[in-house]
Write a protein that binds this ligand. Sequence first.
Ligand SMILES: Cc1cc2nc3c(=O)[nH]c(=O)nc-3n(C[C@H](O)[C@H](O)[C@H](O)COP(=O)(O)OP(=O)(O)OC[C@H]3O[C@@H](n4cnc5c(N)ncnc54)[C@H](O)[C@@H]3O)c2cc1C
Length: 678
Amino acid sequence: MTSTAPRPSASPPASSTSTAPGFTAPPVTVPGATAGHTLDGGIPGGDPATAWARRRDAYPLVSPGNRRTFHVVVVGTGLAGAGAAAALAELGYQVTAFTYHDAPRRAHSVAAQGGINAARARRVDGDSVARFVQDTVKGGDFRGREAEAFRLGEESVRVIDHFAAIATPFAREYGGVLSTRSFGGVQVSRTYYSRGQTGQQLQLAGSQALLGQVRSGGVRLHTRHEMLDLVVDDSGCRGVVVRDLVTGEIWAQTAHAVVLATGGYGTVFRDSTLAVHSNASAVWRAHQRGALFASPSFVQFHPTALPKDADWQAKTILMSESLRNDGRIWVPLRDGDERAPGDIPDSERDFFLERRYPAFGNLVPRDVASRAITAEIRAGRGVGPRRNSVYLDFRDALDRVGRETIAERYGNLFEMYRHATGEDPYAVPMRIAPTCHFTMGGLWSDYDLQTSLPGLFVGGECGWNYHGANRLGANSLLSASVDGWFTLPYSVPGFLAGRLGEELPDDDDEVVTAAVERARDRVSALLAVGGATGPEHFHRELGEILYNGCGVTRTAEGLTEAIEKIRDLRARFWSDLRVTGGDGHLNPVLELAGRVADFLELAELMCVDALDRDESCGAHFRDEHQTPDGEALRRDDLWAFVSAWASDGDDRGGPRSFTRHAEPLEFEAVTLTSRDYR
Ligand SMILES: Cc1cc2nc3c(=O)[nH]c(=O)nc-3n(C[C@H](O)[C@H](O)[C@H](O)COP(=O)(O)OP(=O)(O)OC[C@H]3O[C@@H](n4cnc5c(N)ncnc54)[C@H](O)[C@@H]3O)c2cc1C
């Protein structure tokens, strides 16, 4: 069945100013996909370093007395969503927030360990906003917007002050100043942290701010509610349709603006470091209703996750990147060396990151480290029972600074490792392997974080902004915080200012009842398939297809094969799915079935995007495009743009078609060069 919801066309924002002169995107060669138009991200022209200050000053304002006449829906209460909801309510707007969790503090952000970046340059080590921008743009391999990296750097300074003020206990030096450490891809120390629980402390502070607004009546919070659809009319997004996960009731909430802050879609791979319930349904439904999807194939594989030791494992577990400050990564020089790590002398160890990248050593960016580790494992030098990992060794750091200091820095991570593996990392090296961790792709939005569906905004990991083809460690807690607290509270009011007096559709308006019916129909369709196979089985199979075809490295042949397999799996899903239980009560199998149905469509688009982008950049490594040293080879003459996809077709298992729009990227402050971490 083809979706019949109205779809406003993806029109470039009127405020647009910058497009690369003479830009033409290469033709699309993927069967079933066509080229669309050139997009403009609406970045203020002129010096990118001052773009944000100028845009902030240009937003029209809503007077305090008029703010309560506007209703804003925020979906998601992670770092980005809790911030946006609390900040907009504090300003005086009526906010309704939804989360499928039973409490806001349970959002996946709570799991982040390592830290949050800020270009405050409190240490005299050469850091600055300009250096932050250079690291971020270069780290993303020049496939993100430069002006947005400036916004991130500029606002990072007040993010730290803000969170310290709302009770985040950042680590401090003996004298009281905030401590920092280094993350991959940089040579300065700009990562602020709360031991190995930075996300938890930030999320608790953000949730408390949100609950404060709930208490004072600024926010109506609906926990255990999942957004299933959007209310869309010819003018754009007019609200959301949600399902009460406890009662099964499906209802609509209209709004003058909707913010999606629903997190990343890495669980499309099933095994990932994300919380197991993280999913793509909200952004995918927005995409089906007309919002473009940018760079869907840009996925980050984190080098320091725990390897998969058993097929029944529910997920993979992250060991924070901060460990690479002190841990040294190595494999035995000899293939298939069976000796215990402690019995292998240094002369027979290959510290391959230090050897290949002496300037950055173990702190090369994640994409570079993951590829190098994967190459060692594929070459037969992997360690552990399945030979699918490499060592992360603290022996030298323990000798240098002692156990107490290492415990202070990473104690809870070492404890977590011991619980998960039964091995003591103070005595034997950790075993680590790359796994899916973060999605740089997401809903395309302009500089104001507004998607191509007017009135629909994005914040945090569910958007595509800032990180290009590879996110630098500790830049995501930052981008989610900046979006929630310091961008959306400017840009959403800027959008609302022109809509004073605009009436919202009534509950019995056809556009609302049709959206509710569509959501009910989809739930009924999942229950009605009546096959023999549970959604978990399809999810597992999809993950294997993606890891093999669209993983750490990709080839045209592998991607073509993956697309065929995904289409076949999707058809099987819609003819053989079995959902136990009904829809009038809490039913996790039904929830998973809906999420897997969406993953099966998104996965095809990811592979189409990866096949279309005939270059290597950042985490998107096409074997066909590499330097003689095995590094990613960009093709800036052809691919210096962001792909923003529209798709259409059958949403019950049949064929789909794709249109690639393109936003050209320009770099003024950072020179377009090949990345070199040697
Ligand atoms: C293990 C781990 C460690 C990490 N460590 C770091 C780190 O040290 N530093 C760093 O910068 N980054 C780190 N990251 C990345 C970072 O944690 C995330 O990118 C960031 O927290 C995402 O925040 P968010 O607000 O966008 O989304 P989330 O925190 O994922 O929140 C999503 C919210 O949306 C809700 N939601 C989703 N879909 C729906 C729906 N359909 N209906 C209703 N509600 C919905 C959820 O309930 C939740 O409230 C880490 C990631 C992982 C996996």
